[in-house]
Design a protein around this ligand. Structure first.
Ligand code: SER
Length: 882
């Protein structure tokens, strides 16, 4: 009996032998189709190959594709657990031809694989075709030898396939297996077709049209093939059952659920186990592909599925969170075929545990409220919309969880009443918001968010994706099309919107009719606002757009953001635990980090911080992201961002391991921060880190600016060049520069002194002796007017004269370009007769100055008019004469 894993290999090998490239499953969040919530068929990743927009080096491919059908056009959530074949997650095996072979090969391939490779009894098979497709009928007859009564023509959409409202599509033919008349049901097209007897196992789509939004269709450039076989159904029939949940893989998960809850897998909890097994697969794969539980969009679909499973775990009597304990079994079953599951194992476990822990806090009370509300109702009764809304709003019960709970009692919910209650709450929130005084021009973003929902951010995993244009805003008003400056809102985007210090992304947006250069991305009210300019053609609301983030710029921003985390931790280690983030900027050209600390950093501290950051860069450990509640994150020791508001779940970014670094215990995470930003994959991607120094930002807050990667290297190179040039100029080696410069500075100082001496000598008459003093009033007095000296030169000149003459009163006036500096000196033996202050005070007013003073033996002053020097000397003489 082949296992599910065997069947997958048989299928892929068969088509590989027949010239098909084996292509990996694409992620569950489609990168190339904004109209789809999740990848729900194998053809999704090949959409552009069918339309001819893209070509690859193969024209035949085969895949095992992960699919989720929950939310969006294909939604099976409500039925899961209660039927034999509904799943939210399943694998679709497919073969594809892109303008290579068509019907005449696709049908024989399918028939041979089913009847020969898989060995399914051909007498149990029948097929459907689109009612006008005679060609297909003939091929079936010819190749498979099927009689007319086993080829059923169907006129409905059941035999015309499309992935979504637009895109490639075409008529199809389906292969059915008859499980036998012991099971109720009729062949396709009959009134009993919904029974379980006839089961579709393979759908072959003859892709020949492209469908557009307005309903029109054109022929594809090349006729193509898209087939899809649900592996679970085929496994069921090959394993002798008609119940997908009885297959080996699903059974292993059901048994894991039974083990973990200590219940019987086939007892009264059977339905619960089935729900849990199915939802474990969809939630785990969605988390592995980057979806996180939230209250909007894809994240909310994930949350609905998780909580539905968690209620069923509760119904099994599980006293503690259960789902995360089943992840190892899932990884064991599917990790080999899907390595992403293995890689994201911890993230999946953490996310499930955190969600279940939180949901269990309100689950009991919510269920009690539900019981009270329905206690008066009979079977077939309806729960009031208000009550369902309260369960949603206060107890975190998604509407379909409430519906699921009522289903067991044969009751339903008044969904109109629920919608009305929801609308009323939104109106209240809106009214409260308009009164909150936020900028009025932001009202438009609120309107857009309300009408179209918030923007889904895809940029953690990809820099390129398609989105659908939901609104265009020009000069603050919504418009239908734009051809110049514009702000663009899409349902999803890979562009990061400025927040948490990280600048918004730039890049390009292209639609069928135009190109936009996006310069910045910001967000308001949950919508991402891409601001840019149409550089060619125009863009219109409703168009699909290809978005490409500027790769080099984003790479540099990432490196700076991750380096900021390392810097934060290094600063705490160097300066102490009081260091906490006060602000940051992560731009493409540099990073800036403001933190609480009182004094300037010493050169040694900066060196230590720089060295530590670079050590962790070289450690090249992978940067891990996990989602948890803010409380759990803080309990782990994560650094929270200053001033940031956190929701129910937070991203925790960790990098570096202290193991082997000489710090902490082995295995300790080095940096752990709550952060919504984009980061490098491995710390080594930062390249190198260098600070540009530290400065004061505000009281008690320091600021470090730094560079990473190419910018840091360019900076270091520049510095190095400068040193080389300096060495050349100073004719020395770089390592001797410091000594050389100190020597030059000493030399310069000595020369300056010498020059000053010489200048004074020249001023006093070329070094010759000065005039002889004359006796006035019994005091030897010398007075001179000097050129070429400054006020500062006068005291040493006075000292020299005092020394030379032994006993002297002296007055010197320097003519400093029209102004006068004056100084007087009196030797100690004469100061009781006359003081230097007396002499200066006599001269200063004559020179047009004020004041002047000093000690009895030395005084100084100045005036505006040196031409009055002789008169000033005369005034001093007059004082001496008494
Ligand atoms: N796209 C088709 C389907 O999902 C065939 O692969 O059924």
């Amino acid at each position: 009996m082949p296992s599910l894993n065997d069947i997958r290999s048989t299928f892929l090998n068969f088509f590989e032998k027949n010239g098909h490239a084996v292509v990996d499953s694409s992620p569950l969040v489609p990168r190339n189709d904004p109209t789809l919530m999740f990848t729900a068929a194998g053809m999704v990743q090949f959409k552009n190959l069918f339309t001819g927009v893209e070509t690859r080096d193969y024209t035949r491919a085969t895949t095992a594709q992960k699919c989720v059908r929950a939310g969006g056009k294909h939604n099976d959530l409500d039925n899961v657990g209660y039927t034999a074949r509904h799943h939210t997650f399943f694998e679709m095996l497919g073969n594809f031809s892109f303008g290579d072979y068509f019907k005449e090969d696709a049908i024989p391939f399918a028939w041979d694989l089913v009847t020969k490779e898989l060995g399914i009894n051909k007498d149990k098979l029948l097929v459907t075709v689109y009612h006008t497709d005679d060609e297909a009928v003939n091929i079936w007859k010819k190749h498979a030898g099927l009689s007319d009564d086993r080829i059923i023509r169907i006129a409905t959409d059941d035999n015309f396939w499309s992935a979504g409202p637009t895109g490639p599509c075409g008529p199809c033919t389906e292969i059915f297996y008859d499980h036998g008349d012991h099971i109720w049901g009729g062949p396709p097209g009959s009134p009993e077709e919904d029974g379980d007897r006839f089961v579709e196992i393979w759908n072959l789509v003859f892709m020949q049209y492209e469908q557009f939004e307005d309903g029109s269709r054109i022929d594809l450039p090349n006729k193509s093939i898209d087939t899809g076989m649900g592996i679970e159904r085929v496994a069921a029939l090959l394993q002798g059952t008609n119940d997908n949940y009885a297959t080996d893989l699903m059974r292993a998960l059901i048994e894991a659920s039974a083990d973990a809850s200590s219940t019987d897998p086939d007892g009264p909890g059977k339905t619960h186990h089935r729900v849990i097994a199915d939802h474990l697969r969809s939630t785990s794969f969605l988390i592995a592909d980057g979806v996180m539980p939230s209250n909007d969009g894809r994240g909310y679909v994930l949350r609905r599925i998780m909580r539905r499973a968690m209620r069923h775990a509760h119904l099994l009597g599980a006293k503690d969170p259960l789902m995360h304990r089943l992840v190892p079994s899932l990884v064991q079953q599917m990790g080999a075929a899907y390595p992403e599951l293995q890689q994201a194992k911890t993230l999946i476990e953490d996310t499930l545990l955190s969600e279940e822990t939180r949901f269990r806090q309100t689950l009991d009370r919510g269920l009690k409220l539900l019981d009270d509300e329905v206690s008066g109702l009979d079977e077939g009764g309806q729960l009031a919309g208000e009550a369902a809304f309260k369960l949603y709003d206060t107890y975190g019960f998604p509407l379909d969880l409430t519906q699921d709970a009522l289903r067991e009692k044969g009751m339903t919910v008044d969904t109109d009443g629920f919608d009305a209650a929801m609308a009323e709450q939104k109106a209240k929130a809106r009214a409260a918001w308009s009164g909150s005084g936020e900028a009025a021009d932001a009202a438009i973003w609120f309107d857009i968010a309300e009408e179209h929902g918030v923007t889904d951010f895809l940029g953690y995993d990809t820099e390129t994706a398609e989105g659908q244009i939901k609104a265009l805003v020009v000069d603050g008003a919504s418009v239908a099309s734009a051809d110049a400056e514009v702000q663009i809102i899409l349902n999803q985007t890979p562009f990061y919107a400025e927040s948490g210090g990280q600048v918004g992304d730039s890049g390009t947006l292209t639609t069928g009719s135009g190109t936009v250069r996006i310069n910045d991305t910001k967000k308001a009210a949950g919508v991402f606002i891409h601001t840019g300019r149409v550089t060619q053609g125009n863009v219109e609301v409703g168009q699909a757009a290809t978005l490409k983030v500027d790769h080099d710029r984003r790479t540099a921003i990432r490196a700076n953001h991750s380096a900021t985390h390392l810097l934060h931790e290094a600063l705490r280690n160097a300066l102490g635990d009081h260091v906490s983030q006060r602000g940051s900027l992560n731009a493409e050209d540099r990073l800036r980090f403001d933190f609480s600390h009182n004094s300037a950093l010493s050169l040694d501290e900066i060196k230590q911080v720089e060295a530590e950051v670079n050590t962790y860069i070289r450690q090249n450990s992978s940067v891990e992201t996990r989602i948890m509640t803010p409380d759990d994150a803080r309990a782990l020791g994560a650094q929270a961002l200053f001033g940031e508001k956190y929701g129910d779940e937070v991203r925790v970014v960790s990098m570096g391991s202290e193991a082997g670094s000489g710090k902490g215990t082995a295995g300790d995470t080095y940096s752990l921060e709550l952060c919504g930003g984009t980061h490098v994959e491995r710390t080594g991607d930062i390249g190198v880190f260098v600070t540009l120094g530290d400065s004061a930002s505000s009281a008690g807050v320091r600021r470090i600016e730094a560079l990473t990667g190419e910018a840091a290297f360019a900076y270091l190179r520049d510095q190095d060049h400068r040193v080389a040039e300096l060495s050349q100029t100073l004719k020395t080696k770089p390592e001797d520069l410091q000594d050389r410069i100190t020597a030059l500075m000493d030399e310069r100082k000595a020369l300056a002194n010498e020059v000053a001496d010489l200048r004074r000598q020249v001023a006093m008459g070329g070094g010759a002796k000065s005039d002889a003093p004359v006796e006035i009033g019994g005091v030897p007095f010398l007075a001179m007017v000097l050129d070429g000296v400054t006020g500062k030169d006068l005291p040493p000149l006075i000292d020299a004269q005092k020394e030379q003459h032994g006993s002297l009163a002296i007055l010197l006036i320097a003519d400093t370009g029209g102004k006068a500096a004056v100084a007087a000196g009196v030797t100690k033996d004469l100061t009781d007769k006359i003081t230097a202050v007396d002499l200066v005070k006599a001269a200063v007013p004559v020179l047009g100055g004020k004041g002047g003073g000093g000690r009895p033996d030395m005084a100084q002053g100045g005036g505006a008019d040196a031409s009055k020097a002789d008169e000033a000397i005369a005034a001093a003489k007059a004082v001496l004469e008494g």
